[in-house]
Design a protein around this ligand. Structure first.
Ligand code: SAM
Ligand code: SF4
Length: 356
């Protein structure tokens, strides 16, 4: 049984050792999906017609979510929470959920990944409720391309949402962009220019085979190496000297070609497919209906909702969560035999149904 350098030894696994796995990793970063519903239909994530949404009572309630976070933080060593979905802003009790979590955990970093529709109206309230910062997904600065990628003509609303988040103090704002060949890949330098001018950290994400349409192809995806080359047509990129510290994004400092002494900002590149970071993964995922997924590509799911709805105590819930993470796979499998490995099987759940 292998251990990862710097990580706790598997031999010492006890109720107090948190969410360890057999490869010696410890999950401290909780990704919690608040809903499977969404008001966009990004081509790399959802089919045009949407999905069969979960019934309301299938989704974890506000009280169940708040309890689960408390168990994660108090009993299992969770040190960071990211709210996601589906689209977390469509959840009507979002502000109450954040307020309750913040009341229990005054210093826990709580971030949210959102498409920013409706953020303009709610950014200040989110900050007041206790949200620490925000990641906004926006793949294009052109209304037509945005509409092509998301199947909805709402770029202006997203831009207003981002402005409102900055004004409300929900920074450092990170902007997530998936680059798609022949659609928005040529925008890479424009997106970088736009983000660094505003003090945002742009993160390019390699397209993963997690689309409901199963349309992902090796040829279709833009690789991290290509992303760097696209940005370097206008800028100079150098590795960010800060340690990566388990983060999925590899960070790069951005300088202009004319004044290479001045750092304009940083960007991140999330190369889950071509340069996977599984050995350093610290994530544990909870789906909107309360299932633990130890990995985005996991085919195993462990239900916690039935325990939460029984008279089981917190220790029993923690134990099942620990057991689910113990079996976290060593790697997602796309890299077994190289890019687009023949033995890789796309999971049944698409990104929005897991919680990205
Ligand atoms: N709806 C919110 C949003 O879009 O930010 C939160 C959920 S979304 C599933 C989280 C992130 O997953 C987004 O940044 C989105 O771009 C990314 N994503 C979705 N499908 C993806 C795929 N097939 N490959 C890579 N990233 C994907
Ligand atoms: Fe919705 Fe986010 Fe998926 Fe786009 S990426 S369809 S915004 S869940």
């Amino acid at each position: 049984m292998g251990t990862h350098l710097g990580m706790p030894s598997v031999a010492g696994r006890t109720a107090a050792s948190g969410l360890l796995d057999t490869h010696g990793r410890q999950a401290t970063d909780m990704r919690l999906s608040l809903t499977d519903k969404c008001n966009l239909r990004c081509t790399y994530c959802m089919p045009a017609e949407g999905l069969n949404w979960l019934q309301k009572d299938a989704v974890l309630s506000r009280a169940e979510i708040v309890r689960l976070v408390r168990i994660g933080v108090d009993l299992l060593g969770i040190r960071e929470l990211r709210l996601t979905g589906g689209e977390p802003l469509v959840r009507a009790d979002l502000l109450d959920i954040i307020r309750d979590i913040r009341a229990n955990h005054p210093v826990l970093p709580i971030s949210m990944t959102t498409n920013a529709l409706g953020l303009e109206r709610r950014a200040a309230q989110l900050k007041e409720a206790g949200l620490s910062r925000i990641n906004v997904s926006m793949d294009s600065l052109h209304p037509e391309t945005f509409a092509q990628l998301t199947r909805r003509p709402f770029l202006d609303r997203v831009l207003r949402g981002i402005e409102a988040a900055a004004a409300a103090g929900l920074g450092l704002i990170k902007i997530n962009a998936v680059l798609m060949r022949g659609i928005n890949d040529h925008e890479a330098p424009d997106l970088v220019e736009w983000a660094v001018a505003r003090g945002f950290e742009l993160r390019f994400i390699e397209q993963m085979p997690l689309d409901a349409d199963h349309g992902w192809t090796k040829e279709g995806m833009v690789t991290a190496a290509e992303m760097r080359a696209l940005v370097e047509t206008r800028f100079v990129l150098t590795p960010d000297p800060r340690t990566r510290d388990g983060a999925p994004a590899e960070r790069w400092e951005v300088r202009s070609k004319e004044a290479p002494d001045v750092v304009l900002g940083t960007i991140g590149i999330i190369a889950s497919v071509t340069e996977p970071f599984c050995a350093d993964c610290r994530r544990t995922r909870v789906t909107a209906e309360g299932r633990i997924m130890s990995c985005l590509f996991s085919r195993e799911e462990t239900d916690l909702r039935d325990l939460l709805r029984s008279d089981a105590d917190d220790d029993a819930v923690a134990e099942r969560w620990r057991d689910a993470m113990w079996l976290k796979p060593k790697a997602h499998g796309m890299d077994h035999t190289g890019l687009g490995a023949a033995d890789f099987v796309q999971p049944d759940r698409s990104m929005s149904a897991i919680g990205g």
